[in-house]
Design a protein around this ligand. Structure first.
Ligand SMILES: NC(=[NH2+])NCCC[C@H](N)C(=O)O
Ligand SMILES: [Mn+2]
Ligand SMILES: [Mn+2]
Length: 309
C-alpha cells in the first residue's frame, strides 16, 4: 500500500544507462543487467503492474563537444540527461505511478528528485549512501558530478548556466542521509552549515538500523504524512555485500541493514519514488557482479513491498 499511488499500483521503470557523472565505464550497464536479471517479472510477481518501454536512449544528447566547466566533467551531457530524467520521472509521478529509476551513476538523482518534487512538492528525500554527494562547484575535488547532485538540488554553491533547468526545490530539512562513511571535508562543512541531518555508519553501530530509520523519519517526516523519495546508492552496502560499484568504501551496511531500510520505508505507505544507483557490472569478477545485480533487484523488491513472511 502506498497512500499517494493510484490503483492498480503501477511501477514505472526508468532505465538510465548513464555514466557521465563519473569516470568509470560500465555503470551504464547497470540498468540493463538489473532488467535482464528479471526485475520486471519479480515486481509483477509482487502484484505490481509494471511499465517499461525500454531503457532511455540518451544518444541524441551525446555527440557534441563538452569541455569541462571549471573541473566539472561532462557538464552539458549531465545537465541534459538529468533534465530528460526529471521530465520522465515527473510525468510518471503525476500519473500516480511509482517511478523506479535504475542507474547509472548518482548524478541522475538531480533529475529523479526534481521530477518527484515537481509532482509532490512536499516530498522528503531519504538518501542511502556511503557518500553525501553534496559537493559544490567550489568544493569538489574530483569534478565528478555524481558527487554533487544534492548541492544542485539545494541551490548551494555558485550556479552554472548549463544547469539552469535545476531549480533549488529541495529544502535542507527535507533530506536525511543514512550510511555515510566517506564524506569530504568541504561536504562536512556544508552539512553542518545547513543543518542537514545525517546518520553515519557510527550511528548505525550505536543505535541499530531500526532506531536509525525511525530517527531519520522523525526528522524529515515527523507526522508521517509527506511523500518519500528513496534514493539508494548501492555503495551504501559493504563492498563484501555489493562489490560491483565504482566508489566502494569498507565498513558499510550489511545485507539485512540495507534491506531493512527498504522494507521500513515501504511500511510507511508513503513511498512515491525509488532510485537504485551505481551498480557497475563491469567491476569485479563474474560472481561478484551476479551478487551485486541480485542484491540490486532484491533491494527494489523490498522497497516495493516484498515481505519475509
Ligand atoms: N555517487 C557516488 N558514488 N559518489 C561518490 C563521490 C565521491 C567524492 N565525494 C566526490 O565528490 O568525487
Ligand atoms: Mn556513493
Ligand atoms: Mn551516491
Amino acid at each position: 500500500m502506498s497512500r499517494f499511488l493510484s490503483s492498480p499500483m503501477t511501477a514505472s521503470i526508468v532505465g538510465c544507462p548513464f555514466s557521465g557523472g563519473q569516470p568509470r565505464v560500465g555503470v551504464d550497464q547497470g540498468p540493463i543487467r538489473l532488467v535482464e536479471a528479471g526485475l520486471i517479472q519479480q515486481l509483477t510477481g509482487l502484484g505490481w503492474k509494471v511499465k517499461f518501454d525500454g531503457h532511455h536512449q540518451f544518444e541524441d544528447i551525446n555527440a557534441t563537444a563538452d569541455p569541462p566547466i571549471g573541473i566539472l566533467k561532462n557538464p552539458r551531457l549531465v545537465a541534459r540527461v538529468t533534465e530528460a530524467v526529471a521530465k520522465a520521472v515527473g510525468a510518471h509521478a503525476k500519473k500516480g505511478e511509482l517511478p523506479v529509476t535504475l542507474g547509472g551513476d548518482h548524478s541522475l538523482a538531480m533529475g529523479t528528485i526534481s521530477g518527484t518534487l515537481d509532482a509532490h512538492p512536499d516530498a522528503c528525500v531519504i538518501w542511502i549512501d556511503a557518500h553525501a554527494d553534496i559537493n559544490t562547484v567550489e568544493t569538489t575535488e574530483s569534478g565528478n558530478i555524481h558527487g554533487m547532485p544534492v548541492s544542485f538540488l539545494l541551490g548551494l554553491g555558485s550556479t552554472i548556466p548549463e544547469f539552469g533547468w535545476v531549480k533549488p526545490v529541495l529544502k535542507p530539512e527535507r533530506i536525511v542521509y543514512i550510511g555515510l562513511r566517506d564524506v569530504d571535508a568541504g561536504e562536512k562543512r556544508i552539512l553542518k552549515e545547513n543543518n542537514i541531518k545525517a546518520f553515519s555508519m557510527h550511528d548505525v553501530d550505536r543505535y541499530g538500523i531500526g532506531k536509525v530509520v525511525e530517527m531519520a523519519l522523525d526528522h524529515v517526516n515527523p507526522t508521517r504524512d509527506r511523500p518519500i523519495h528513496l534514493s539508494f546508492d548501492v555503495d551504501a552496502l559493504d563492498p563484501s555485500v555489493a562489490p560491483s560499484t565504482g566508489t566502494p568504501v569498507r565498513g558499510g551496511l550489511t545485507f539485512r541493514e540495507g534491506h531493512y531500510i527498504c522494507e521500513a520505508i515501504w511500511e510507511t505507505g508513503l513511498l512515491v519514488a525509488l532510485d537504485l544507483m551505481e551498480v557497475n557490472p563491469s567491476l569485479a569478477d563474474v560472481a561478484s557482479v551476479k551478487q551485486t545485480v541480485a542484491i540490486g533487484c532484491s533491494l527494489v523488491r523490498s522497497a516495493l513491498g516484498e515481505t519475509l513472511l
